[in-house]
Design a protein. Sequence first.
Lengths: 345, 451
Amino acid sequence: MPMTEARRIMTLCNVCTYCNGYCEVFRAAERRRDFSDADLTYLANLCHNCRNCRHACQYAPPHVFAVNVPGTLALVRDQSYRDYSWPLPRRSAGRAAAAIAVLLIPILMSAIPWETVFSPHAGPGAFYEIVPRSAMMLAAVLSLGWSFLCLGVGLIRFWRDTGGGDASASVPGALRDILTLRNLDGGGAGCHDPDQPALRWRRCFHHAVFYGFALCFASTVAATFYHYVLGGLAPYPAISPPVLLGGAGGVAMVVGTAGLAWIKKNSDSVLDAERNDYSFLGLLFAVSVSGLALMIFRESAAMGILLLVHLGCVFGFLATLAHGKFVHGPFRAAAVLRAAMERKL
Amino acid sequence: MIVKPILEKYAIWNRARHVEWKEMAVVSANPGVLVIGGGLAALCAAISARQCQASVAMVEQAPRELRGGNTRHSRNFRICHDAPSPLFPDCYGEADFLADMVRASDNACDADLAQVLIDRSSAIPAWLEDNGATFQTANIPYSRKTAFFLGGGKALVNSLYATAETLGVDIRYETEVTNLRLDGRVDLVSGGETQTVRPRAVVACCGGYQANREWLRREWGDAAQSLINRGTVFAQGAVLRSLLDQGVAAVGKPGACHLVAVDARSPADDSGIVTRVDGMEFGVVVDRDGRRFVDETTISGPSRYSTWGQLVARRADQAAVMILDSIGIRKIRPSVIPPLQARSATELADILGMPASNLDCSMRESQRLVNAPFHAFPMRPGVSFTCHGVKVDSQARLVMTDGAVCENLFAAGMIMAPNVLGTGYLAGAAMTVGAVFGKIAGEGAARHAHD
């Protein structure tokens, strides 16, 4: 049903073409004469849902043609996440993650003596006095490995179904588009909603989450370097790369996820297929807030419980990556890569 | 009045706004400047008048969702420029522009107004950008003469409305003007309530009457029922009618329309650019009786749309059909309304209700219809705008039949475009007329309101 509607709409867009200055979706559509399901899946994942075309559309409801490109593509995109979800059906990964987090905490607590959890620990190795490093590593490797396997299978299928091909030459162009979110820039006009000035912030908030996440990842890499190369044990001093990177990344993620949730709350239901699904934002928010709290209170008696909560959130997040909203990242990156490839033809 | 049945078509919207009507019904009784209309000309008039410190009210007949007149359906406008810029390549000089106007209007353009239009056009893109508009500088076809609005006319209109609101223009939607009197009194209807306001100056930017079937019938007779209005349903021409009835001089020609061949199955109004039929040179075009009436390959270039519009309008029942074979259909973009299909000429004649012998003969004759299945696009004339308006002077003030000038009444946009375009068409010129004369009228009206 969304496919039929998307086909009707993109056929109309290809006759009109007024929106081709906004983003790659319309230019990619113009390279096609007819739209297969795979074409529409590709276009839907290429759409960053900036909504400029919705507000510029001379055929938007109440016009009888009732054209709503971002809303319709959002439904197709949602369908594609379900179609390429492997091996489990896509469902609210947020709930699953919460379940993991909630279960993990009492399991760990039952294995660890209470007085260990609730007494202050300080100095190098303090975290590992609560949860052994080997247990942390095992959980991280298992959850991340599982998610990468699932995502990889879905992504390879998606790439093959939408046309396959060797995209290596187009990686630099695609990388630039991804890192700058060029397609969320509305062709230079910015991504904004005439009735809701807040939407102009979407790109900023998304960047905050994206680069905040990257900083947290960099913090983990730096910590690994400290551990294995410099031989130091976590927690590291306040003025050290792992703490500074993680702190900055955590703050950016808190601001970004809160901002995106605020925009989502005010968004038009016809434009957002997952309007009421705050699970991914909520999870990222929980990961970053618990991480920051752990950093701030790491010398107090609350450190033990904060560590458990943070680890629960992190492992819940990592284990459910492939079955939640996170998949929009890799799938959109693949679509942006294909668009970069097509531009070269 | 007229607006009510139109609004009922948009029932969802109607319900939502109904509550607000009561409080919105009354426009400030004496605004300095009242702008009638909601398209590019009206917005330019309202913004420029407000920037000249006048108090400005703007009455738009359409609901907010459908605001913007036919600017909603536009894409680009024609601008005089002496050097290439990100907006357009090469140059488009004064003489070039003027020659195009003279040719398009078939020598009917007012030389003074044409000069004003051309001179003032060059500063318009920067002025619009200052007021929130964004132009498209990439992924556009080569166009030496026109600049493209990013996202098209509706995006342009949205940004200008936002600016007008910020500047403090009192914008009233769903407010219809039923009468504009020469002394400046204006009769309004809003939410079923009538009101008469007395602004110091009025700018009429409310277009032609292409949506008014009654009026078209007076000039086209029964043929009017075959016309499809490509633009806004709100182009009813009430203000134009009232001005002409009061002795304002007319320009253009009663009943003259810019026509384009559109799919006969298009909605009666407002389908804009997407139901335009193209690709006749790849197939054959026949009339109601299945007979060809022109060599399809001889009609080409950017003027082909209006040439076909005129040709279709002159056929019996104002009807014609474009037929493509399975190779021809691959040469055009898939249409918004899918074509009728048939395996043979006989089957097609049956579907179209035409004499099979005539259709068969027409299809053989052209030698372009070889491979079944055949695809048929029934066509009707689509009206883009009417070419009949009010005379203005170079300050956009209304001129009476006796040559007297109305100091307090101004007009801009399609309601006065025949002053410079006659009954002709020049791509992108209508938007330029709207912007240039809208700005001139707004400034003039503000000046008059201060005096």
